[in-house]
Ligand binder design. Structure first.
Ligand code: MN
Ligand code: MN
Length: 461
């Protein structure tokens, strides 16, 4: 063999995905990404993502799964977990005793949540007090257009949906920052302290009502909220209201190869899981799509991936076939579909570039996440990685290997560990992201499309 032949047969040679993408795939990628943009614009909270998924599933023939329900191969079912997470399945031709092919993503994203008693007035400006949710750089949330999304449970038991700041005719909300002219002290602080948590106060208005007494601006805002949503101040106690970046998904770059949006982490993977499930046909193994909540704060709570809600869903399916859930799990596979960091040449020192995902190299596969000696990772086995590698190669999916930053630089987790705890073989995979957890994140269309193809290949494995 010549050196060149040896090089070709022995050494790995990752290539930019655009060198391999066919014209037909490129067209499919564009239409897939347009569809994704409609989802990401409509789904800025876990609730909105869940509602969108349930409605779209219904359109594609999915039926709500109820206790005691009989299911047969080809049936399409879903369980809306209290409006905040959703699990969908297409029943396979094989028994659940042979295991399910699961893709699990999360639909919550970092943001500012309103405090239970949020509304106040200071210096004749009305504000909402917030508590940030998930890992954010707090300074990124000042002086950017913000919107209010959520629900309010009123005293009479009715629930009202709230969205302000998304329609072009809506006002937006904003958190102010300090002018540089007076920021001598602020600029001496570390980035973590430049904006304190208690300074993330959202401006609501400045115009006082006519009349006597204090807090006339606050009263004016409460009057406007009452006119629009029929709520009173005490109703904030039974509300979930979130401050998120206002605005829609946009193409980025003169070549339009990237997408900018709030909450790609992890709705870009949630959508990649959902989209192929809608028209999957009857798979061999039952295909299960999990869209979980609360990943950004540890997968806790009744709607998080640690919740028994997943067991409840699987038990309904397994009972219909006389199969034990534990036995089904033991034979199942899970792709924990969550975003990874794309290599950013502005911060090369934070990554090991030989082991980091790159934009446009396809869906990133991660053997482990975690931090400081793989702490908190599920650390997939060679066999599990081999299964994914073979499955994706056979399906012609462009993929790359990834790790989250260089050793001891930091790290992070996903739902993978909680699926592996259930005795389900689990591997992390997802879309590489630039500016992850910033108010606006960037992903490449090619990687979004390949992640969808990867989920489809896993369902059909
Ligand atoms: Mn994530
Ligand atoms: Mn995240």
């Amino acid at each position: 063999m010549t050196t060149e032949e040896l090089r070709e047969s022995l050494l790995a040679a990752p290539k930019n995905g655009y060198t391999k993408l066919t014209a037909e795939q490129k067209a499919e990628m564009e239409s897939y990404c347009k569809w994704y943009a409609t989802f990401i614009d409509a789904a800025k909270t876990e609730r909105e993502a869940t509602s969108w998924a349930a409605a779209e599933a219904e359109k594609h023939g999915f039926k709500p799964l109820v206790w005691g329900m009989d299911v047969k191969p080809g049936d399409k079912v879903y369980l809306n977990n209290r409006g905040k997470s959703i699990i969908l399945a297409v029943i396979g031709s094989e028994s659940l005793a042979e295991g399910a092919n699961i893709c699990a993503a999360h639909v919550d994203s970092p943001r500012m949540d309103l405090k239970p008693n949020p509304l106040y007035e200071d210096s004749e400006i009305a504000y909402f007090k917030t508590h940030y949710y998930g890992g954010v750089k707090k300074y990124q949330w000042t002086a950017v257009p913000l919107a209010l999304h959520g629900v309010v449970y009123r005293k009479d038991g009715t629930v009202v949906d709230v969205v302000i700041g998304e329609d072009d005719s809506d006002p937006i909300l904003m958190i102010s920052d300090l002018l540089p002219h007076l920021a001598a002290d602020q600029m001496q602080k570390t980035a973590g302290q430049v904006i304190a948590g208690e300074q993330l106060n959202v401006i609501l208005g400045t115009q006082p009502l006519e009349g006597e007494g204090s807090d006339l601006v606050k009263l004016h805002i409460m009057k406007l909220l009452n006119e629009k949503f029929g709520i009173i101040e005490a109703d904030f106690l039974s509300a979930e209201l979130c401050i998120v970046p206002a605005g829609k998904c946009r193409e980025v770059g003169l070549d339009r190869s990237l997408l900018a949006a709030y909450g790609h982490d992890d709705r870009v993977c949630a959508f990649a899981e959902m989209a192929p499930l809608f028209d999957l046909g009857t798979p061999t193994h039952t295909a299960v799509c999990v869209l979980a909540d609360k990943e950004e704060i540890g997968s806790v709570g009744i709607s998080g991936m640690q919740s028994q809600a997943f067991e409840y869903f699987m038990e309904i399916l397994c009972r219909a076939q006389g199969v034990s859930v534990a036995h089904c799990f033991a034979n199942s596979f899970c792709l924990s579909a969550d975003v990874s960091n794309a290599f950013d040449p502005n911060w090369p020192e934070t990554c090991d570039r030989r082991n980091n995902a790159k934009v446009n190299y396809g869906v990133s596969i991660m053997k482990y996440t975690g931090s400081r000696g793989k702490g908190g990772a599920s650390d997939a086995s060679a066999e599990a990685m081999g299964h994914v590698r073979t499955t994706l190669d056979n399906a012609g999916v462009l993929w790359q290997i990834a790790t989250l930053g260089k050793v001891d630089q930091g790290g992070g987790g996903t739902v993978a560990a909680y699926m592996a705890n259930r005795n389900i073989v689990t591997v992390d995979a997802g879309v590489p992201v630039l500016s992850m957890h910033a108010p606006i994140e960037l992903v490449s269309k090619l990687d979004c499309y390949m992640t969808m193809l990867a989920c489809k290949a896993i369902y059909l494995a």
